[in-house]
Design a protein around this ligand. Structure first.
Ligand code: 5AD
Ligand code: SF4
Length: 444
């Protein structure tokens, strides 16, 4: 009998990519391949790439380059596959062809379901496989997935993005917006619930513009949340990402009315300057953003709010940046992902003349991180003394008998506990807090 080939997937980038990797792992296992515990032990190495910022590109090429010698020695017995967002860009394909011609299989974001077929073709035809689709076709349903956690799961509700923020590569790499049918989403979540999943995170680049057309006509994002909340076994519903321009009052009400919808929203603001927001093509003003935050906090006073902010967008002046600092101080975010603006070939902002020097970007970045860290620590401080319900994810990264889990508000909590509790909801009294996490004790 021929030994089964083992695969290993390295994932760069966002949750969408994480979930795509889970699907690829599911597909490969269904087709008789086995998962390897590390890249070194694998016969098939897969890189699922990200192109959101330049350092993601660089990290990928760096890691890929390390495999050249192994490919040279092992030849046909070692397979290298690359896929994901970077592959949807012609200049990346050109670089691969020129500098990494030994890569065996190349495919993009729209056709990961083809991976088993591409591998079979490679082995049968003994010919490299390059399969890039410029746009997504019909959404392929019923793909298996090998979940990272037994008790929580990602669920894609839509693909692509139509917003064309002027700095962003995603509309070019993930294509136009396409929503799944509500029936297909509900069927998938019913299956997950029967399998013991308690928490689901709905994924889309801009979930607020979800429009599903099914047997009962049109379903919008808020309708979908209420439909999912009716599924027995699902205890928590999360979603990401929301675009401020599309956040509806109905969805804000759902935070109040739907108990299963977690009290947490990731609402990227990107900048606090109206001039920069306009140049970014975000289509809201700083005042619009303040109004949304106010509405959210009126509906649910202790809702947690996180954001994304880009520093050093072309043309950003010191005064513009101070508007961002001011917005961050006034909103008092629970947390934020802060990014240095990174030129992405093919986007409008990449050709703007007034690019910001790297040293200024870094200096502004550090000032912003200070403001964010201060508000995050202050927000976390308020949890001390409270008893919170935690869904336990596993042992803490630090070890030492600690487990970790998340509150409804997505706060990371570390506490002494047994890993038998993984997947359980437990009550934990918060005893301590810092900038990024809370510490607590199980309540008997
Ligand atoms: N440079 C820096 N940050 C970017 N993001 C998207 N494109 C860029 C870019 N070119 C950030 C945005 C987005 C997050 C996922 O990545 O803040 O919300
Ligand atoms: Fe990129 Fe803007 Fe679409 Fe988000 S909404 S994926 S930032 S284009």
């Amino acid at each position: 009998m021929v030994a089964k080939r083992k695969f290993h997937i390295t994932t760069f980038g966002c949750q969408m990519n994480e979930h795509d990797s889970e699907i690829m792992a599911g597909l490969l296992e269904e087709n008789g391949y086995l998962q390897a515990s590390s890249r070194d032990k694998a016969d098939i190495v897969i890189f699922n790439t990200c192109s959101i910022r330049e350092n993601a590109d660089k990290r990928f090429f760096g890691t890929l380059g390390q495999l050249k010698n192994r490919k040279k020695t092992e030849g046909e017995n070692f397979t290298v596959c690359v896929c994901g967002c970077m592959m949807q860009q012609q200049h990346i394909i050109d670089t691969l062809k020129e500098k990494y011609p030994w890569v065996d299989v190349v495919f993009g974001t729209h056709n990961l379901h083809r991976l088993p077929q591409l591998l079979e073709n490679l082995y049968n035809e003994k010919k490299k496989q390059m399969d890039i689709w410029p746009e997504g076709g019909e959404i392929v349903e019923d793909l298996p997935a090998k979940r990272l956690f037994p008790h929580k799961s990602f669920v894609n509700i839509m693909y692509g993005c139509n917003n064309f923020c002027s700095y962003c590569i995603v509309p070019y790499t993930r294509g136009r917006e396409r929503s799944r049918k509500p029936e297909d989403i509900i069927k998938e979540i019913n299956g997950l619930a029967q399998d013991g999943v308690k928490e689901i995170t709905l994924l889309g680049q801009n979930v607020n513009s979800y429009r599903g057309y099914g047997e009962n006509g049109q379903t919008d994002f808020t309708d979908l949340i209420y439909m999912i909340a009716d599924i027995e076994g699902i205890e928590r519903i999360r979603f990401m990402t929301s675009h401020p321009k599309d956040l509806s009052d109905r969805l804000i009400d759902a935070f109040k009315n739907c108990k299963k919808l977690c009290k947490y929203i990731h609402l990227p603001v990107q900048s606090g300057s109206d001039k920069v927001l306009k140049a970014m093509n975000r289509r809201y003003s700083r005042d619009d953003y303040f109004r949304l935050v106010e509405k959210l906090r009126d509906a649910v006073p202790d809702i947690a709010i996180s954001t994304d902010i880009i520093v050093g967008f072309p043309g950003e002046t010191e005064a513009d940046f101070e508007d961002t600092l001011d917005l961050a101080r006034r909103v008092n975010f629970d947390s934020a992902f802060t990014f240095l603006y990174s030129v992405r070939k093919g986007t409008p902002a990449a050709v703007a003349k007034d690019q910001i020097p790297e040293d200024i970007k870094h200096e502004r970045f550090n000032r912003l991180v200070d403001v964010i860290n201060r508000s995050a620590a202050e927000k976390n401080l308020k949890y001390r003394g409270q008893v919170k319900e935690i869904l336990v994810d596993g042992s803490s990264r630090g070890g030492n008998g600690f487990c970790e889990g998340r509150t409804d508000e997505f706060k990371l909590v570390n506490f002494i506990g047994d890993t038998k509790l993984v997947g359980e909801m437990v009550k934990v009294k918060i005893t301590d807090s810092n900038t990024f996490s809370l510490k607590g004790e199980i309540q008997k």
